[in-house]
Design a protein around this ligand. Structure first.
Ligand code: ADP
Length: 510
């Protein structure tokens, strides 16, 4: 019995243990299942999030593609616009500007209908480009445009009308007029206001216009306005330059005529002086001759008072002969009748002759004569007798107007300039007042000063010197400072070539 009870007890105990184990296992599994269910929920949420993000990425990618396509289209359109703008800018008139707008431009921009019009000189709208419209239809559109008040009153600037920005009423009118569902209408504006328009459109099947299209057409219409403005400006400048050219030609003709007249008058003057001088010389020679006979006592003795007067007649006659000779020489050189005997001469030879000739006057006033001749400028191509006269006239004046113990300097520049020697004769004399300088080379001009009042002169010496230098194609000018001294400059050719070249006014010696 006890064994049975023990066995039963053991069995009950074993069953209890198994039950306990079962309870333990059940409790533990429920936790795991709970944990797994939670994990599952989390996974589901993440999956949903990922799904959302994938959808977002796809949407963004689609949008980016659209934007890229739009950008490509815009870039392509802008490239085409830039090419056309360059072409238009090179046009010189309005007609040429429109000729340079190629219809293929609008193929690039994907517009099947294009109408560009601008006002002519009579303020009437004219078709400048037509793509996609039959001519009568295009003409009808132009006529109709004038009646559409809202188009006439378009604000200044780049305001445009399009199928995506205009009011329903305006849009309907434009669709009806141009017969296109999608369109852009841009006025052409210049400084004179609204002078035309650019219209582009597409029918219903084509994609609608975009803001980028609007921008493109606005820039294009602005470019047309700018090119018209430039062409007008060019035309204005061109016309005024043509007028100027005509004026210059007219003025040149007038000046040439005036110069011809001056030359004729100058020739008449020279001829007159020559004739008068010749006429005067003959009686003068007689007067001098009779005075000489009387003075020599060939007609009988004459009282000393009469002799004195006769001597005066002789001196004045000599002065008059000198004056007449000078006048004759000036007239002959001016008219080219005096033939220059050109040859190469050493400058030193000429200056030596002149200084020898004038040595008595120079010594009488104890004047120091200085002559600076550079060895490299040795010879000049001149008529030596005439050039000696130039030196004599300039030196005589220098001696006359320089006080005792003054200095006179003859200088030849150390280099030829354009084949011409530059020679100067300067003194330390009384100088010349500035207001007298411009008259110095005029016939009979003498400065009113004490020396001139006491010493006789003709006022022809400088005129003669000038004419001789001009006959050598040289120049002569003067610089002077009152109280300090005067310098005369003149230029002479060094060779036949240099002389010939100075005949060409374009190579004028400056
Ligand atoms: P003339 O000596 O017979 O008066 P010129 O034609 O030689 O005529 O000279 C004109 C005038 O120029 C002179 O009267 C004098 O007033 C002025 N002149 C010329 N050379 C000099 C000089 N070296 N210094 C000052 N005055 C001068």
């Amino acid at each position: 019995m006890s064994t049975t009870i023990l066995t039963f007890g053991l069995i009950v105990f074993a069953l209890l243990c198994a039950l306990l184990y079962l309870v333990y296992v059940l409790i533990t599994k429920e936790d795991i299942i709970k944990e797994m269910a939670e994990t599952n929920q989390g996974l589901l949420r993440s999956f949903n999030d990922l799904d959302e993000q994938a959808k977002l990425i796809i949407r963004t990618d689609l949008e980016l593609n659209k934007i890229r396509e739009e950008m490509d289209k815009r870039l392509h359109g802008l490239n085409a616009l830039q090419r056309t703008a360059r072409q238009m800018n090179q046009a010189l008139n309005e007609t040429e500007i429109f000729q340079r707008i190629s219809p293929t431009l609008f193929e690039d921009w994907a517009f099947g209908h294009v109408l560009i019009a601008s006002k002519n000189e009579h303020d009437i709208l004219k078709i400048r480009l037509n793509v996609g419209y039959a001519q009568p239809k295009a003409e009808a559109i132009l006529k109709e445009i004038d009646t559409l008040e809202f188009l006439q009153k378009l604000p200044q600037g780049t305001a445009i009308l399009s199928s995506i920005n205009s009011s329903v009423k305006n849009k309907e009118k434009l669709i009806q007029l141009f017969e296109t569902e999608h369109f852009i209408f841009s006025p052409i504006i210049t400084q004179n206001g609204n002078i035309g328009f650019v219209f582009v459109g597409n029918n219903t099947a084509a994609p609608a216009v975009t803001e980028a299209d609007e921008e493109l057409i606005a820039i294009f219409a602005g470019q047309i306005g700018q090119s018209i403005e430039n062409a007008k400006l060019f035309e204005k400048v061109f016309r005024s330059s043509q007028q100027l050219e005509l004026k210059v030609a007219d003025r040149t003709k007038q000046l040439a005529l005036a110069l011809q007249k001056v030359n004729e008058i100058s020739k008449k003057k020279s001829d007159f002086i020559s004739a008068v001088s010749h006429e005067l010389r003959t009686p003068l020679t007689s007067i001098k001759g009779y005075a000489a006979i009387l003075m020599a006592g060939k007609i009988g003795d004459i009282p000393s008072a009469v002799k004195e007067r006769l001597a005066k007649i002789n001196t004045h006659s000599d002065n008059l002969v000198g004056l007449i000779n000078n006048l004759l020489d000036i007239a002959r050189i001016e008219s080219g009748k005096e033939e220059m005997k050109f040859a190469l001469y050493k400058i030193k030879g000429i200056t030596d002759n002149v200084s020898d000739l004038l040595n008595p006057q120079i010594s009488a006033k104890s004047i120091h004569l200085q002559i600076n001749l550079p060895p490299q400028v040795e010879e000049i191509y001149v008529d030596s007798a005439q050039i000696e006269r130039v030196f004599i006239n300039l030196l005589s004046n220098a001696i006359k107007f320089t006080p005792q113990e003054g200095t006179i300097t003859i200088t030849v520049a150390s280099e030829f300039d354009h084949g011409y020697a530059l020679i100067s004769v300067s003194d330390t004399g009384i100088g010349i007042p500035p207001e007298a300088l411009q008259n110095l080379f005029n016939e009979f001009y003498r400065v009113d000063n004490e020396i001139n009042q006491n010493v006789k002169g003709t006022g022809l010496g400088l005129v003669l010197a000038k004419n001789i230098v001009l006959a050598h194609h040289g120049k002569i000018w003067v610089q002077s400072k009152q109280g300090s001294g005067t310098t005369f400059y003149f230029t002479l050719p060094s060779s036949p070539n240099a002389f010939e070249e100075h005949l060409n006014p374009e190579k004028n010696y400056a």
